[in-house]
Design a protein around this ligand. Structure first.
Ligand code: GH3
Ligand code: MG
Ligand code: MG
Ligand code: MG
Length: 312
């Protein structure tokens, strides 16, 4: 489950690594009772590279929001049972969707009705029939803005990894799911060795480069389903899904060996760095806190046994 990478590759594409907006396609949920209209709008957005999910009944909206997790909602104002305005009101009451952009679609041209729709927390009003380019750019602009805001809130700007609180949230979610459906996972706490000395000897910028390189190693070698977070300054936490503690230990140990071979350069001097890691496993340790404690204790042993090693 690892992708091989040459140490040299790690130094490349730092811009890509730290770019705050990921390149996953934008996701749009369309709520419209008229199937043909929804289908046409979906087609326009899909042609622009977005992933679109359609529902035709507003009662399905909350469920679809949770399962599809869109970056934007495109809602028809006139629907039976529940109007688009009512739907926007309901959605705005859910804390997790406070920032979700909503665009109304309607043939309504009465400005008074548009105003009351905007008052329900809707971002924009587009009248049908839509001008294709206008629809696409209105959606893209707002969905990308949400992506950027989300990324600023959830990621560490230097490495692009999840920040401490997001990492904890994601691990909590993974464990809650594992409690329901089974599964074994492992946690790794990773800490760069003698990092103070790296900073003191080679300067803070060189230290930053080491942190960024290790982040890139983690991102390129672990799977998308693994959660990777920058927990503190030069400390990282990884939740590896569906692995035994033995598999996790050998995987992280492979990363340790490769990282130790990376040559860093600062002020005409080249140097190398190592890290130590501690591993714990679920369900042996059933909560984020107990996993973290066990991994921390293992890390402490790795440091005391001489560093540059992985302990469980
Ligand atoms: P050990 O092997 O025991 O982990 O030794 P250490 O020197 O790495 O110990 P410690 O964890 O106490 O030191 C961490 C240092 O990392 C202290 C801090 O100045 C530095 N640091 C934290 N965040 C950053 C950062 O973003 N950039 C740089 N350059 N240094 C950082
Ligand atoms: Mg309608
Ligand atoms: Mg350290
Ligand atoms: Mg530390």
């Amino acid at each position: 489950f690892t992708k091989p990478v040459k140490p040299l590759d790690l130094m490349l594409a730092i811009d890509e690594l730290t770019a705050p907006v990921d390149d996953e396609p934008l996701r749009v949920l369309i709520v419209d009772d008229e199937r043909e209209v929804a289908e046409y709008h979906a087609l326009l957005l899909e042609e622009a590279g977005m992933i679109v999910h359609q529902i035709h009944h507003p009662n399905d909206a909350l469920n679809a929001l949770e399962r599809f997790s869109p970056d934007l909602l495109l809602v028809d104002v006139y629907m039976p049972v529940c109007s688009g305005t009512e739907l926007a009101n309901i959605i705005r009451q859910q804390p997790e969707y406070v920032g979700l952009p909503i665009i109304y679609l309607s043939s309504e041209t009465d400005s008074q009705k548009q105003m009351s729709a905007m008052a329900a927390g809707v971002e924009a009003f587009i009248t049908k029939p839509v001008v294709p380019d206008e629809l696409v750019s209105a959606v893209r602009l707002r969905a990308e803005r949400l992506r950027l805001l989300r990324s600023l809130m959830t990621r560490d700007s230097m490495t692009g990894l999840y920040n401490h609180s997001t990492t904890t949230d994601l691990i909590n979610k993974t464990l809650a799911q594992a409690h329901r459906s089974g599964g074994r996972h492992a946690m790794a706490m990773i800490d760069i060795d003698h990092f103070k000395t790296v900073n003191d000897t080679h300067g803070h910028l060189a230290g930053d480069q080491v942190i960024i390189t290790l982040s890139r190693l983690l991102r390129t070698r672990l799977r998308l389903s693994d959660t990777i977070g920058r927990y503190g300054g030069e400390e990282f936490v990884v939740l590896l899904r569906d692995v035994s503690i033995a598999q996790a230990t050998s995987l992280i140990d492979g990363l340790r060996q490769d990282f130790a071979l990376v040559d860093f350069h600062a002020g005409g001097v080249s140097f190398r760095c190592t890290f130590s890691a501690g591993i714990s496993d679920f369900p042996n340790h059933p909560t984020t806190q107990s996993l973290r404690l066990a991994a921390d204790q293992a890390l402490y042993r790795a440091k005391h046994q001489g560093r540059n090693r992985v302990t469980s």
